[in-house]
Design a binder for this molecule. Sequence first.
Ligand SMILES: *Cc1c(COP(=O)(O)O)cnc(C)c1O
Length: 397
Amino acid sequence: MEKTKMIYLDNAATTRCKPEVVEAMLPYFTEQYGNASAVYEFASNMKEPIRKARETIAESLGAKPEEIYFTSCGTEADNWALKAAAEAYQDKGNHIITTKIEHHAILHTGEYLEKRGFEVTYLDVDEFGRVDLDVLKAAIRPTTILISVMFANNEIGTIEPVKEIGAIAKERGILFHTDAVQAYGHVPIQVDEMNIDMLSASGHKINAPKGVGFLYIRKGVKIGSFIHGGAQERRRRAGTENIPYIVGLAKAAGMHQDSMGKDMEEVTALRDYLIDRVLTEIPYVRLNGHRTKRLPNNANFCFQFIEGESLLIMLDMAGICGASGSACTSGSLDPSHVLLAIGLPHEIAHGSLRLTLSDETTKEDIDYVVDQLKEIVARLRDMSPLYEDFMREKKER
Ligand SMILES: *Cc1c(COP(=O)(O)O)cnc(C)c1O
């Protein structure tokens, strides 16, 4: 059967490059291809687009340009922040605090550091996926050198109390890193006001290409380089600058900055419309994450008596792209670590569906998706022995 429709609701996994972003990048492949480190004018001219890109990104965070370091992706920025901070501050202590709901770029880096003598506390979160500030305070030890809490969760969209966490870290003289890959460009972030010392972001989550990101490092934070080699990025991140991608990242960052207010309002309204329709029109469903403290574009549900994988396949046949669990773990049968951390039992967590909107999503798209979803959920439940048992027991009661 030929698909006539494609509704892309997996923008937390990756986004479409904006045509304006691609256009801004193009000259740097075939015309202005010099290596910014060379001396002749053709190449040294290349310093200017890098400088401008750094400035645009710094401005979006209330940071200084020299505090922005371009990386190959969000994962690299996360690895750099954790590993280099652990190494640089090991004389002060060996304890790191993070959460159970981080992206694997943080969780697996934490495990790596544990194998090398560091102690890592993975904080529990509440039923909405929020870090409890008292739980955080209680976890702090005299040896704590770093707190890393994500700005917003990639699965359930919950926004963490970052400003409050930053204040606690600052008061105790502990470094604070935040993985803002899902939040950057989508919600306002100010590094000074929020006492953020390090922040990771990624291009492909904000309509720039895959394979580019940045790490913000506050001036005075003494972490070393992660990629050793040439003198690029103030000697802190070697490797010839990926100029087209850096330009694309900054173009996308600027576009998001300009349209953030409008996007937040419009996308949030569509998200709420989607959530309201699903919760009122489909029985035995729950919303995961916080009702209001969540990313404008994120909706995450659990449908009882259903496997998320079957749901995704049937949605795909209807031309709808969604996710269940996170893309990095799909293929494994374990339910999402995030859904388990907010206290869901395995059988409920298995029936999860994440739909993440973009500024291109329309109300017609949402209506089509909810109509399809209603039908698909009903069909899958008709085939489900669990649902049959449940309904029989319900009648007997
Ligand atoms: C996507 C994502 C990453 C990884 O970024 P890449 O650029 O794909 O390496 C890290 N953290 C979060 C929260 C993400 O959503």
